[in-house]
Design a protein around this ligand. Structure first.
Ligand code: ARG
Length: 699
């Protein structure tokens, strides 16, 4: 019987469980019966023959999983994307499948090496809509989806698999005729479930229970209204019957031992584009990307943003730079189920540096501020990256760039001014930018490591381990020296740990020698520093001997009290009461400082700013124009500073706690570097290194 539907199968002459590459294979090595497998496969073949024309590919000895032809590749029309298997155990199947596809006249696309994608096992055409559902997380990588979208000219909806047992999309997801969907929701993350729910109406979704899922009920072959499956519970069969499907069960237990069933054993080779494509009413927008898209992981982040936001994408153009130093460009069509989802995704893409093609740049949308300190609901939240907004057809640079602000637009006699403002700074009469149109951010494209000495370089935003500390110190010393000698600016953010770990004498040196141009901290660092200067203890611990001093717990209060009596830190210096330490050096060397208060502060010192809005303003003023910010063991104040610092300022964060370092060096800004180490040790190494430099090049 000839049939419009064709299916590719591969006889199980060499099938067995030889290795473990999925949880089903565990404990099953050499436990399957070849005879039984042949019989079960043959029965499936017989059943399917009534519904489709079956083609066969020659099985190959040594490649036992070749029976699972679903993983040969992904077909649409006359085009195939050949699989790139994740596990070496299956990579040897690739040339055989490739030969077969080529012998049948398909145009075969091969993915870049090391970009895994496992064919129709991880990519399924929707049978109602015009799109491709593609899975990632275990065997296929998200980046591969960009290639599918381009080569097959199809909209891709990426779904993240989260349950190891359902490692291929076709183990837990089965689009059925007329837009029905048989699937096991817990196999997907929340975003993917939301995406499914946004695309497939509730009455078309058939969610199955775990008991059916582990019998591979989703791994079924569907032709028109027939579903061929290993096994389905009575209740599932009833549900399917009620929707007009007939279910044929054919046992495939021998193949379950390798983690596959009916669908895995087949590849539908006649997948066609709809003759009359439905006109999509789904909003879509085109964005362009440029840079070291693959090396910097940008493609991955862009796709991840689209997918996590509930959207889908199509890649219109993807040109990879020919040389390592060349940048790549991509043009991506983003689609979303509705305008709100679209706006949300676009906002995030803009933050990643995506721009709209210049022909369709529209002006930014503005909404007036009608209540002081309050923006319209959908205001655009700023990032650390240089940003421009289009107003009356012209791109205007946003001033005072920082993250988590709104863009306030005002008319001045000199023209339109756009400025980053904190919500509390917004005034009635200004407008804020809303939505995501007419906004673009600039990413530095020099993410590619320019020199081989990665460790020396700030270019790699990364957390350094102990053995890299010295290399990082060399780099920082060099920078400090350069900045000082050219009259640049370095701000230091410091926590009390600097004092406890004996870093004070080194920080003093840095201040005296002109390497520090502003000091930001809280009440504590100043209190401990002053306690040490006045009494030789830090929180009552003798700094020389490392032991607690009798009655030492009162020392920090005495220190506060002494300064309060003097009126301020500067006055204590002036009166000869405070004669050494970090705060003393600041006063003596005219290094401005700001101490931001907090709820736990004792005293506080008269200099501590307990009005936090004023403290934030002081901080912002002190870091203005900084070339480098050195963050020394202060989570609270360092993060505060990170939030108000634009991209382009080097940030060096030193903390013994990797979590703090990661949080700060992970701003996506290439200039940030983190060093996980003891801050006292770090400062001593830094001073030593600066000494060497000074010796070499006399000032
Ligand atoms: N043992 C095979 C593997 O782990 C099973 C493949 C099942 N195929 C499928 N399309 N889900 O790769």
């Amino acid at each position: 019987m000839t049939n419009a539907v064709r299916i590719l199968m591969c006889a199980p002459h060499h099938y067995e469980v030889d290795y473990v590459i999925n949880p089903w294979m565990e404990g099953n090595i050499h436990r399957s019966s070849r005879e039984q497998a042949e019989a079960q496969w043959h029965q499936l073949y017989q059943v399917l023959k009534d519904y489709a024309t079956i083609d066969l590919v020659e099985p190959q000895p040594g490649w036992p999983d070749m029976v699972f032809t679903a993983n040969a590749g992904l077909i649409l029309g006359n085009t195939v994307v050949l699989s790139r298997f994740f596990h070496p155990e299956r990579q040897g199947e690739e040339p055989y499948f490739q030969q077969w596809f080529e012998s049948q006249g398909y145009k075969v696309h091969t993915l870049p090496k090391s970009l895994p994608f496992e064919g129709a096992g991880d990519a399924l055409l929707d049978r109602g809509g015009q799109w491709l559902w593609a899975g990632y997380g275990f065997r296929s990588e998200l980046d591969a989806h960009a290639y599918l979208a381009q080569w097959l000219d199809v909209e891709v909806l990426s779904l993240r698999l989260v349950d190891r047992r359902f490692y291929h999309l076709d183990t837990c997801f089965c689009p059925l005729s007329d837009g029905y969907l048989l699937y096991y929701p817990p196999a997907f993350d929340t975003y993917s479930n939301r995406l499914i729910e946004l695309r497939v109406p509730a009455e078309k979704r058939i969610a199955i229970e775990e008991a059916d899922a582990v019998n591979f009920a989703c791994n079924s072959v569907n032709v028109e209204r027939t579903i061929v499956v290993n096994k389905a519970s009575d209740s599932l069969k009833q549900i399917l019957h009620a929707r007009g499907f007939s279910v044929i069960e054919t046992p495939l237990t021998e193949f379950l031992k390798a983690g596959g069933a009916a669908k895995c054993l087949t590849l539908r080779t006649t997948e066609t584009y709809r003759e009359s494509p439905q006109v999509s009413t789904i909003p879509s927008r085109i964005v362009q990307l440029e840079g070291h898209l693959l090396d910097s992981g940008l493609v991955n982040r862009v796709l991840d943003t689209i997918v996590a936001g509930g959207g889908s994408f199509q890649v219109i153009n993807f040109s990879l730079g020919a040389q390592r130093l060349d940048t790549s460009t991509a043009e991506v069509k983003v689609s979303a189920p509705d305008a709100a989802v679209m706006a949300d995704i676009m906002g995030q893409l803009i933050d990643l540096g995506a721009v709209s093609p210049s022909e369709d740049t529209t002006d930014a949308n503005l909404a007036p501020v009608t209540q002081p300190g309050v923006a319209a609901d959908d205001f655009y939240a700023t990032t650390i990256y240089p940003t421009e907004v289009s107003i009356a057809g012209k791109w205007i640079e946003v001033q005072g760039q920082r993250m988590d602000g709104a863009i306030a637009v005002t008319q001045t006699p000199a023209g339109v001014v756009a400025r980053c403002k904190l919500l509390r700074e917004l005034k009635v009469g200004e407008s804020v930018v809303v939505g995501s149109e007419g906004i673009r951010t600039k990413r530095n494209t020099t993410t590619l490591k320019k020199n081989a000495t990665e460790e020396f370089s700030f270019m790699g935003a990364g957390v350094s381990s102990e053995r890299r500390v010295e290399l990082v110190v060399e780099q920082i010393a060099w920078d400090l020296r350069q900045i000082r000698d050219r009259g640049g600016k370095v701000a230091v953010v410091a926590g009390p740990v600097v004092i406890h770990t004996g870093g004070s004498e080194h920080l003093n040196r840095l201040i005296r020698e002109g390497y520090v141009h502003a000091l930001l901290g809280g009440n504590a660092i100043a209190v401990h520093d002053i306690e040490q200067s006045l009494m030789g203890t830090s929180l009552g611990v003798d700094m020389k001997r490392g032991t607690s001093v009798h009655g030492g717990h009162r020392h920090h209060l005495k220190a506060i009290n002494t300064i309060r009596r003097c009126g301020s830190i500067a006055k204590a210096v002036e009166q000869g009461v405070l004669r050494s330490g970090v705060m003393y050096e600041c006063v003596k060397n005219n290094v401005p400082f700001s101490l931001a208060g907090s709820i736990r502060d004792d005293g506080p010192l008269p200099d501590t700013q307990m009005d936090l809005v004023a403290a934030q303003a002081d901080y912002a003023r002190l870091i203005e124009g900084a070339d480098l910010i050195l963050m020394l063991s202060s989570m609270l104040h360092s993060i505060g500073v990170g939030n108000m610092t634009p991209a382009g300022v080097k940030m060096v964060c030193i903390d013994i706690n990797p979590a703090v370092v990661t949080k700060l060096s992970d701003r996506g800004s290439i200039e940030s570097i983190g060093v996980v180490t003891d801050v006292g040790l770090f400062l001593s190494l830094l001073v030593q290194q600066l000494n060497k430099l000074t010796g070499q090049y006399a000032r």
